[in-house]
Design a protein around this ligand. Sequence first.
Ligand code: FRU
Length: 507
Amino acid sequence: MKNTVYVSFVILFCLLFIGCSHKEPQYTIMVSQCSDDAWRQQMNEEMQRELLFHPNVQLHIWQADANSQRQCLQLDSIIALHPDLLIVSPNEADEVEPAITRAYQKGIPVIVADRKVNGKNYTAFIGGDNYEIGHLLAQYIQTHWDERSCSIFEITGLLGSTPALLRHKGLVDGLQSLSNFTITAQANGQWFQEPAYAVTLNLLQQNPKPDFIVAHNDLMAIGASQAVEAVYPGEDIPIIGVDALSGRGMGLDAICDGIEDASAIYAPHGDLIIQTAIAILNKEPYERDIVLPSFIMDKEGALAMRQYADEMNRRVETIRLLQNKVSDLTKTLSMQRMLVYALVVLIVMVLIIVAILHNIYIYRKRVREERERTQRTIMEQQQRLEDMSTELARVQATASSADKFMQQLMREIEIRMADTDLNVNTLSAAMNISRAQLFRKVKTLTGCSPVDLIRSLRLKRGQQLLLNTDDSIQQIAYAVGFTSASYFTKCYKDMFGTSPGEVTRPK
Ligand code: FRU
């Protein structure tokens, strides 16, 4: 039974060990988004969706409302929480980079997404080639403008952010070869629709009508188109942007609806960001700088793309539903697994308890049996003692009666010592018992027959007389009941080994 307890304990520990060791490592990823526009929302959604494949990872998203100072403060709070990994889209590189460096130097793996930093203090970067995007925009203008000269308004993103700087540089460099294609006015639309509307309105009011408007993203392109409508109602100024997102009211829709002419594709790739994060967390190989390709999406492409995107969205919706189902099933499964595990642990514990109780029962039974056995032994010993004391009393009584008997017998023999007729008959009559009884008793108490006893007593008395008197052997023989001296001498010699004549008498 003891073995059962040990085996049960071993099983229990194994189960606990398996239960503990089976657990996947839990990770926390913190995301610092510079803002919360539709593009960022899509990126967050893509990341969340990808995480359905990694239930051991928790995602916490912070957003800084396009405020670099706020983002730095948030990053310091994130650093204090020491997440397993940080994903950050810096609002402005110069402003936010020191906080990113702090996180990186604290040992937190950092993925810089979309907006680059200038230094190398990060673990991985994932984003588009914004300089190339600027080039693509310049190319688009070149191929879609057949006049010799072209005046362009550039509505930039937040100037401290790397995509704005690189898109601008790419655009300028792309236009360089075309001598009469010039950026005649530029304003900072800060990546958002309203500021873009306001600055474009101002530019349109202050400058001659441009031939093209380039906005660094679609949100600002839409704002710019509203400004064009306000200043030149019903007239058309081609506007191009960046992002070409597929959601309702986003870039693709704007192109299809004629609000924008074209847009450079710039997708958030949240799924890829999470895949890279997981690889970093799992210490698997990953690409440090992932630069995503881009191309221009015009109306024709946008219409096809929208159809394709709608189809994709339907599929994504189906996948989302399936994923929800799978995650429900996974939850149920893990709950059931937990239940089975708990049940097994419970059974093992019950087994242990039963084994322990059984052990206690066996132990108590043994103690009880032992006690009973001891009691029995004590009682037996008491009984034996009682028996012994009874026996002793009996023996004592027998001894004393034997003593009395022997004393009387000796007395009777003593009295009749000189009587030659002293024999068994006279003695048994004197003792008032039968011959047979006399014989038996004498034999039991002395080991010899009454005749022998009488003879040996006669001879012992004879010896005393020999030693203590001057009487002749004959006189002594008669005195102790012998009928002749010669027979006395013979018997004396038989008993003492010497003849009576050899006894030295006292002087
Ligand atoms: C979203 C956004 C995009 C743009 C990117 C540049 O916040 O403004 O529209 O392409 O950021 O970082």
